[in-house]
Design a binder for this molecule. Structure first.
Ligand SMILES: [Zn+2]
Length: 117
């Protein structure tokens, strides 16, 4: 699997979350990553800075809507919402198009109040 920069996406291990992910062989100059499952199969799309920023924006909006904090019950509701909308339970597995669509949908439906900007 090739990174957008031409480097190779290499399977790595994250001790913090005890999980595997793909990182670019040109790290640290390229910080693109991709989620992997327990067997090390790649999931979703390669995340560059732009996609990471969009995912962060989306997850912030979701947490704002579904709960006041990073509580497991909120995470469960968010997973159900994402599963219904995209067929994938995690923001980290969404590609740019899916994240953009959800951001637009949330803005359109005004399910998130914008009074704390
Ligand atoms: Zn790269």
């Amino acid at each position: 699997m090739k990174c957008k920069c031409g480097g190779d996406m290499i399977l790595r291990f994250n001790k913090k979350c005890n999980c595997q992910f793909y990182g670019c062989s040109n790290y640290p100059s390229c910080k693109n990553t991709m989620v992997a499952d327990k067997e090390g199969n790649p999931i979703g799309a390669i995340a560059d800075d732009e996609l990471r920023a969009l995912r962060k924006k989306l997850s912030d909006l979701l947490y704002e809507y579904f709960g006041s904090g990073y509580h497991w019950a909120d995470t469960c509701e968010i997973a159900n919402f994402l599963q219904n909308e995209t067929g994938k339970p995690y923001v980290s597995r969404l590609n740019k198009e899916e994240v953009t669509n959800l951001l637009n949908k949330i803005a359109k439906d005004k399910i998130v109040s914008e009074n704390n900007t």
